[in-house]
Design a binder for this molecule. Sequence first.
Ligand SMILES: [Fe+2]
Length: 200
Amino acid sequence: MIDDNPASRRQILATGASAAIGLVLAADDGLAQALSPTPACHDGDVPTRPEIEGPFFKPASPLRGDLREPGMAGRPAELAGFVLTRSCRPVAGALIELWHADDQGEYDNKGFRLRGHLFADAKGHYAFKTIVPGLYPGRTRHFHIKVQAAAESPVLTTQLYFPDEPRNLADDFFHPELVMRVAAADDALRARFDVVLAMR
Ligand SMILES: [Fe+2]
Protein backbone atom coordinates (compact mmCIF):
# COMPACT_ATOMS: atom_id res chain seq x y z
CA MET A 1 0.00 0.00 0.00
CA ILE A 2 1.16 3.50 -0.77
CA ASP A 3 0.58 5.92 2.05
CA ASP A 4 0.15 9.10 0.12
CA ASN A 5 -1.78 10.83 2.85
CA PRO A 6 0.45 13.85 3.41
CA ALA A 7 -1.28 14.92 6.60
CA SER A 8 -0.53 11.69 8.41
CA ARG A 9 3.04 11.69 7.17
CA ARG A 10 3.66 15.25 8.28
CA GLN A 11 2.38 14.47 11.74
CA ILE A 12 4.74 11.56 12.07
CA LEU A 13 7.55 13.72 10.77
CA ALA A 14 7.07 16.57 13.20
CA THR A 15 8.13 14.57 16.24
CA GLY A 16 11.74 13.96 15.22
CA ALA A 17 12.42 17.12 13.26
CA SER A 18 15.04 18.69 15.49
CA ALA A 19 17.12 15.51 15.65
CA ALA A 20 17.21 15.18 11.89
CA ILE A 21 18.28 18.75 11.25
CA GLY A 22 21.63 18.04 12.85
CA LEU A 23 22.16 14.96 10.70
CA VAL A 24 21.34 16.81 7.52
CA LEU A 25 23.72 19.65 8.30
CA ALA A 26 26.50 17.27 9.21
CA ALA A 27 26.07 15.37 5.96
CA ASP A 28 26.00 18.52 3.87
CA ASP A 29 29.56 19.77 4.09
CA GLY A 30 31.46 16.85 2.58
CA LEU A 31 29.06 16.45 -0.29
CA ALA A 32 29.22 20.06 -1.31
CA GLN A 33 32.97 19.74 -1.66
CA ALA A 34 32.90 16.47 -3.56
CA LEU A 35 30.47 17.51 -6.24
CA SER A 36 29.33 20.85 -7.57
CA PRO A 37 27.54 22.76 -4.81
CA THR A 38 25.16 24.48 -7.16
CA PRO A 39 22.41 22.85 -9.19
CA ALA A 40 22.95 22.42 -12.91
CA CYS A 41 19.49 23.42 -14.04
CA HIS A 42 17.89 25.53 -16.72
CA ASP A 43 14.56 27.28 -16.96
CA GLY A 44 12.12 24.83 -18.52
CA ASP A 45 13.90 21.65 -17.50
CA VAL A 46 11.77 18.56 -17.90
CA PRO A 47 10.53 17.05 -14.64
CA THR A 48 12.34 14.05 -13.25
CA ARG A 49 11.00 10.90 -14.81
CA PRO A 50 8.71 8.84 -12.56
CA GLU A 51 9.17 5.10 -12.13
CA ILE A 52 7.28 2.37 -10.35
CA GLU A 53 7.41 2.18 -6.59
CA GLY A 54 8.23 -1.53 -6.64
CA PRO A 55 7.06 -4.08 -4.06
CA PHE A 56 9.18 -3.00 -1.10
CA PHE A 57 8.00 0.49 -0.20
CA LYS A 58 6.86 0.84 3.40
CA PRO A 59 5.19 4.00 4.73
CA ALA A 60 6.01 5.87 7.94
CA SER A 61 9.78 5.57 7.72
CA PRO A 62 11.90 7.35 10.35
CA LEU A 63 12.91 10.98 9.91
CA ARG A 64 16.68 10.65 9.47
CA GLY A 65 19.40 11.56 7.02
CA ASP A 66 21.77 8.84 8.16
CA LEU A 67 20.58 5.31 7.39
CA ARG A 68 23.81 3.61 8.44
CA GLU A 69 23.86 1.45 11.55
CA PRO A 70 26.78 0.05 13.57
CA GLY A 71 28.23 -3.05 11.95
CA MET A 72 26.24 -2.66 8.75
CA ALA A 73 28.03 -4.23 5.79
CA GLY A 74 28.48 -2.35 2.55
CA ARG A 75 30.38 0.47 0.93
CA PRO A 76 29.48 3.84 2.47
CA ALA A 77 27.54 6.11 0.15
CA GLU A 78 26.27 9.64 0.31
CA LEU A 79 23.31 10.69 -1.80
CA ALA A 80 22.74 14.41 -2.11
CA GLY A 81 21.34 17.02 -4.44
CA PHE A 82 18.73 19.69 -4.83
CA VAL A 83 14.97 19.59 -5.25
CA LEU A 84 14.06 22.15 -7.89
CA THR A 85 11.11 23.35 -9.90
CA ARG A 86 11.10 23.38 -13.70
CA SER A 87 12.13 27.02 -13.59
CA CYS A 88 15.08 26.15 -11.36
CA ARG A 89 13.66 27.45 -8.12
CA PRO A 90 14.64 25.51 -4.99
CA VAL A 91 11.82 23.65 -3.29
CA ALA A 92 12.57 24.51 0.32
CA GLY A 93 11.27 21.95 2.79
CA ALA A 94 10.57 19.27 0.17
CA LEU A 95 10.13 15.80 1.59
CA ILE A 96 12.56 13.19 0.25
CA GLU A 97 12.12 9.54 1.15
CA LEU A 98 14.84 6.97 0.43
CA TRP A 99 14.65 3.18 0.67
CA HIS A 100 16.87 0.50 -0.81
CA ALA A 101 18.31 -2.99 -0.53
CA ASP A 102 21.17 -3.84 1.81
CA ASP A 103 24.61 -5.03 0.76
CA GLN A 104 23.20 -8.50 0.09
CA GLY A 105 20.30 -7.24 -2.03
CA GLU A 106 17.72 -7.71 0.74
CA TYR A 107 15.05 -5.22 1.78
CA ASP A 108 14.02 -4.94 5.41
CA ASN A 109 10.28 -5.54 5.25
CA LYS A 110 9.84 -5.99 9.00
CA GLY A 111 11.65 -2.93 10.32
CA PHE A 112 13.03 0.24 8.80
CA ARG A 113 16.64 -0.62 8.09
CA LEU A 114 17.84 1.44 5.10
CA ARG A 115 14.62 3.44 5.07
CA GLY A 116 14.25 7.08 6.00
CA HIS A 117 13.11 10.48 4.96
CA LEU A 118 14.13 14.07 5.48
CA PHE A 119 13.27 17.60 4.39
CA ALA A 120 15.31 19.71 2.00
CA ASP A 121 16.79 22.89 3.48
CA ALA A 122 15.96 26.45 2.43
CA LYS A 123 18.05 26.04 -0.73
CA GLY A 124 16.26 22.82 -1.66
CA HIS A 125 19.34 20.79 -0.72
CA TYR A 126 19.09 17.29 0.71
CA ALA A 127 21.73 14.76 1.79
CA PHE A 128 21.57 11.16 2.97
CA LYS A 129 24.31 8.95 4.33
CA THR A 130 23.81 5.28 3.60
CA ILE A 131 25.50 2.35 1.84
CA VAL A 132 25.68 1.25 -1.78
CA PRO A 133 22.73 -1.11 -2.35
CA GLY A 134 23.45 -4.72 -3.28
CA LEU A 135 22.10 -6.45 -6.35
CA TYR A 136 19.06 -8.70 -6.40
CA PRO A 137 17.72 -10.91 -9.19
CA GLY A 138 16.20 -9.15 -12.18
CA ARG A 139 17.39 -5.64 -11.35
CA THR A 140 20.43 -3.46 -11.70
CA ARG A 141 21.72 -1.46 -8.73
CA HIS A 142 19.28 1.27 -7.66
CA PHE A 143 17.87 3.54 -4.98
CA HIS A 144 14.15 4.19 -4.57
CA ILE A 145 12.97 7.71 -3.76
CA LYS A 146 9.76 9.66 -3.26
CA VAL A 147 9.76 13.44 -3.37
CA GLN A 148 6.94 15.77 -2.38
CA ALA A 149 7.07 19.59 -2.49
CA ALA A 150 4.57 20.12 0.31
CA ALA A 151 1.87 18.29 2.20
CA GLU A 152 -0.83 18.78 -0.44
CA SER A 153 1.45 18.28 -3.46
CA PRO A 154 1.64 15.22 -5.69
CA VAL A 155 4.29 12.64 -4.81
CA LEU A 156 7.03 11.87 -7.35
CA THR A 157 8.11 8.23 -7.09
CA THR A 158 11.17 7.15 -9.01
CA GLN A 159 14.45 5.20 -8.91
CA LEU A 160 18.06 6.34 -9.20
CA TYR A 161 20.79 4.40 -10.99
CA PHE A 162 24.56 4.11 -10.81
CA PRO A 163 26.73 4.79 -13.87
CA ASP A 164 28.74 2.00 -15.48
CA GLU A 165 26.81 -0.84 -13.90
CA PRO A 166 26.99 -4.00 -16.03
CA ARG A 167 23.30 -4.75 -15.51
CA ASN A 168 21.98 -1.28 -16.40
CA LEU A 169 21.16 -1.99 -20.01
CA ALA A 170 19.55 -5.35 -19.23
CA ASP A 171 17.14 -3.78 -16.72
CA ASP A 172 13.80 -2.76 -18.24
CA PHE A 173 13.33 -0.02 -15.65
CA PHE A 174 16.75 1.55 -16.16
CA HIS A 175 16.72 4.96 -17.80
CA PRO A 176 19.74 7.19 -18.50
CA GLU A 177 17.90 10.29 -17.22
CA LEU A 178 17.90 8.69 -13.78
CA VAL A 179 21.62 8.00 -13.54
CA MET A 180 23.32 9.78 -10.63
CA ARG A 181 26.62 11.60 -10.97
CA VAL A 182 29.09 9.86 -8.71
CA ALA A 183 32.54 10.54 -7.31
CA ALA A 184 34.66 8.23 -5.23
CA ALA A 185 36.06 9.62 -1.98
CA ASP A 186 38.33 7.23 -0.08
CA ASP A 187 36.25 4.10 0.41
CA ALA A 188 32.95 5.95 0.02
CA LEU A 189 30.84 6.76 -2.97
CA ARG A 190 29.37 10.23 -3.29
CA ALA A 191 26.32 10.40 -5.51
CA ARG A 192 24.50 13.48 -6.68
CA PHE A 193 21.04 13.77 -8.19
CA ASP A 194 18.95 16.91 -8.62
CA VAL A 195 15.24 16.25 -8.65
CA VAL A 196 13.05 18.47 -10.86
CA LEU A 197 9.40 18.53 -9.81
CA ALA A 198 6.58 19.18 -12.28
CA MET A 199 5.88 22.69 -11.03
CA ARG A 200 6.95 26.19 -11.99
FE1 LIG B 1 14.25 -2.12 -5.59
